[in-house]
Design a binder for this molecule. Structure first.
Ligand code: FES
Ligand code: FE
Length: 424
């Protein structure tokens, strides 16, 4: 037990795993998370395809900081802290674009797209000792990528990204194998929404297959009513065939054979026979390139991957890259992108975007129900004095290797890592 309060209580002898609800609303917990998680872990910034050409940039909040994710004139990818070294104004206020330089709106200092200071109006007034090289836009000490996914780290001594990602790399590779060239791209059109709940609730929910039958009953009924066979075995809906998997360093995934003909959601009946034939062709290409077993893994399993702390890649009816940032202990901002193989045809792309919108979208079949559930939980925590604990014990009597995706073993993986860092 460290100097701080404890929030995670594990009693292996009693098969009980409890999380104190203060972990979801305390200002002190968020302060510790900012300092120990968001300043020390690798945090997702963006994807190479979003800044394809020299001069491309986009602005986003990463780990609580305004970041200018850009490609400079030499083609080098950068994460510049988008704050003016003069008096602190946000320098680039556009969402995205292409620029050789950035111009601060306050006093007009101008920066090259590699972050170096280019021009200062009335520079003479600073005298002869003024040294422009001292006034570059700051950069986090570390910026590294794995297969076009870029992450930053504010800790100069952090392990390298590849080591950090550990077993999560295998699951990223399974996604990339959907593309014949191994190239995926972010498809333009971002989903953004706020949830009035603690950010960790979305970590849990993204991989919580226990809730599907209840929270997503509307979707299950819709699918069943439109002729999709939602059963895997006689008499059983969404049976226990998926697994919850630990990937190291707090990363985890669900891994669920679904037999629904991924990729690109041919199983949604509105797409008709034409889509089925198209998907058969995609599958044939996968088999010829990867062999039967690997193709089956790539095309016919549903996976929800959590990269600790706040990146989720849902690899299901479409591929979504979703990350979320706490604004306060009880409010998060969520950003979600669709990812697809660069080779896709216009029809395949349209089906992918349809699945991205209608299932995972903020007005889709899944997300509004999830948001309602998360906000209900957050509201419930107001009674923490009389009802202090969340129970995350499901499946705890079995080893990790035997955890179903409907158990909570993989959710405990997240909390154990969280405890290691926050309660240290
Ligand atoms: Fe940017 Fe003054 S704050 S130029
Ligand atoms: Fe859900």
């Amino acid at each position: 037990m460290g100097q701080h309060a404890r929030y995670v209580f594990e009693d292996a002898a009693a098969d009980r795993f409890l999380v104190h609800r203060a972990a979801f609303f305390s200002e002190e917990v968020l302060r510790l998370e900012q300092e120990r998680i968001f300043q020390k872990c690798w945090i997702y910034v963006g994807h190479s395809s979003e800044i394809r050409n020299p001069g491309d940039y986009l602005t986003r909040n990463v780990a609580g900081y305004p970041i200018l994710f850009s490609r400079d004139n030499d083609g080098k990818v950068r994460a510049l802290v988008n704050v003016c070294p003069h008096r602190g104004a946000i320098v680039c206020r556009e969402r995205s674009g292409n620029a050789r330089s950035f111009h601060c709106m306050y006093h007009g200092w101008t920066f090259n797209n590699d972050g170096t200071l280019r021009g200062v109006p009335g520079q003479d007034a600073y005298g002869p000792k003024f040294d422009k090289s001292r006034y570059s836009l700051p950069e986090p000490p570390r910026l590294e990528s794995y297969r076009d996914f870029w992450f930053l780290n504010f800790d100069p001594d952090a392990v390298d990204l590849h080591t950090y990602l550990a077993g999560a790399k295998d699951y990223i590779d399974l996604i990339l194998d959907q593309s014949p060239s191994g190239q995926m791209e972010i498809i333009s059109g971002t989903q953004e929404y706020d949830i009035r709940a603690n950010w960790k609730l979305l970590v849990e929910n993204s991989v919580d297959d226990y809730h599907i039958l209840i929270t997503h009953r509307t979707w299950i009924n819709y699918m069943a009513n439109s002729g999709v066979d939602m059963r895997r075995k006689p008499g059983e809906m969404l049976p226990k065939i998926g697994r919850g998997v630990e990937l190291g360093n707090g990363h985890l995934t669900t891994d669920n054979p679904n037999y629904r003909g991924r990729p690109v959601a041919a199983w949604i009946s509105v797409y008709g026979e034409e889509a089925k034939e198209d998907v058969a062709n995609i599958k044939a290409e996968l088999v010829s390139r990867l062999g039967e077993a690997r193709a089956e893994r790539v095309a016919n399993t549903n996976r929800n991957l959590v990269i600790f702390p706040n990146l989720v890649i849902n690899d299901g009816s479409s591929v979504t890259v979703r990350n979320f940032t706490p604004v306060s202990p009880t409010l998060m901002k969520v950003t979600s992108f669709a990812l697809g193989p660069v080779e896709e045809t216009a029809e395949q792309r349209a089906r992918r975007l349809h699945a991205f919108l209608t299932f995972y979208g903020p007005g889709g079949f899944a997300t509004p129900d999830d948001v309602a559930a998360l906000e209900a939980a957050q509201e419930g925590y107001s009674a923490h004095r009389i009802a202090p604990f969340n129970d995350i014990s499901r499946g705890m009597h079995k080893p990790m290797a035997d955890q179903f995706d409907t158990d909570e073993g993989h959710i405990r993986v997240f909390w154990r890592r969280w405890r290691e860092i926050v309660e240290a």
